[in-house]
Design a protein around this ligand. Structure first.
Ligand SMILES: [Zn+2]
Length: 121
């Protein structure tokens, strides 16, 4: 005959396993939503970029080949034509020459407000 009774420890173990499974499911759903949102943002940025390119192309009479040439120049900044942007070296403070924290413009050592390229990665 089957044993249908479980003790308190077994019950808590089952309850904890269910809670963990629910938590994992919730996190997976949230991650999936974030991926969809990021895909939407990339598509939106692609459309805006393409629209801007059409305006620039018409107003400056430049071609898609010209754009490709400049894309290749940016790609080659790290010496490799690999379709990836070059990683830029850490920024050094213009006053004290120490490394400025990533994503910051103010030096944590001397307080200098540094100019950081808008394309800094
Ligand atoms: Zn500094």
């Amino acid at each position: 005959m089957f044993e249908l009774l479980i003790d308190a420890d077994q019950y808590r173990g089952i309850a904890n396993a269910k809670a963990s499974a629910n938590n994992a499911h919730s996190k997976a759903s949230k991650a999936e939503s974030e991926v969809h949102f990021l895909q939407w943002k990339v598509e939106r940025l692609t459309m805006v970029t393409e629209a801007l390119w059409e305006i620039i192309k018409k107003s400056h009479k430049i071609t898609d080949q010209d754009l490709q040439k400049y894309i290749n120049q940016v790609d080659l900044k790290d010496g490799k034509l690999d379709g990836k942007v070059a990683k830029t070296p850490p920024v050094k403070c213009s006053r004290c020459k120490k490394t400025v924290q990533r994503g910051k413009t103010v030096c944590m050592y001397c307080g200098e407000q540094n100019q950081i390229s808008p394309f800094k990665r």
